[in-house]
Write a protein that binds this ligand. Structure first.
Ligand code: FE2
Ligand code: FE2
Length: 173
C-alpha cells in the first residue's frame, strides 16, 4: 500500500481527478441540451486556469530549485501556455457546435498527456521531500483560495448536480 502523498502533490492530484471527471461529464452530455454542456466547459476552463496558476506561482518555481533535471518543468510550462490558448477560445460563451466540441476534446487529450507527465515523471522524483511539500501544499491551498475568490468561484462541483437534473429532464421524469 503506497503511503499518502505529501500535501502539495495530494492537492494537485485531486485537482487533476476533478478536471478528468468534468471532461467525462462533458463527453457524456453530448446528446443533451447545450446550456449544461457550456456550464461544464466553463467550469473546466476556470478549474484549469486556477490550477495552472497555482502550479506556476508556487509549484514549478519550487521544482526548479529542487529538481536536478528541470527539463520536464520547462516542458510543462510550455504546455500550460498552449493549453491557455485553447482555454481562451473555449471560454467565451457561444453556440456549442462541432468546433466547440472539438476544442474541448483536444483540450481534454492535451491535459491528459500533461497530467500523466506531472504525475508519472515529476511527482515521483520529488515525493520524498515530504516536509517541504507539506509546507508548500499549505501555501498552495491559500493561493488557490485567493484565486477562486478573485474569480468568484466556490469550491464545489455544481456540474454534477446540473447533470443529474438534466438527465432526469432528458428522461422526462
Ligand atoms: Fe500543470
Ligand atoms: Fe497539474
Amino acid at each position: 500500500m503506497p503511503k499518502s502523498l505529501p500535501l502539495a502533490l495530494e492537492m494537485l492530484s485531486s485537482d487533476h481527478r476533478k478536471v478528468e471527471d468534468l471532461f467525462e461529464q462533458f463527453e457524456e452530455m453530448k446528446e443533451e441540451e447545450d446550456a449544461s454542456r457550456i456550464v461544464i466547459a466553463q467550469r473546466i476552463c476556470s478549474e484549469l486556469t486556477i490550477h495552472a496558476q497555482v502550479e506556476e506561482d508556487l509549484f514549478y518555481p519550487w521544482l526548479r530549485e529542487n529538481m536536478d533535471d528541470t527539463e520536464l518543468v520547462a516542458e510543462a510550462a510550455v504546455e500550460h501556455a498552449t493549453a491557455k490558448q485553447l482555454i481562451a477560445e473555449i471560454m467565451p460563451v457561444g453556440e456549442p457546435d462541432e468546433e466547440y466540441d472539438a476544442k474541448v476534446k483536444v483540450l481534454s487529450e492535451y491535459i491528459k498527456h500533461h497530467v500523466k507527465e506531472e504525475e508519472n515523471e515529476i511527482f515521483p522524483d520529488v515525493a520524498s521531500e515530504e516536509e517541504e511539500l507539506d509546507e508548500l501544499g499549505q501555501e498552495m491551498f491559500a493561493r488557490k483560495a485567493e484565486l477562486m475568490a478573485e474569480m468568484g468561484m466556490e469550491d464545489e462541483m455544481p456540474a454534477r448536480r446540473e447533470r443529474s437534473r438534466s438527465d432526469r429532464e432528458a428522461r422526462g421524469s
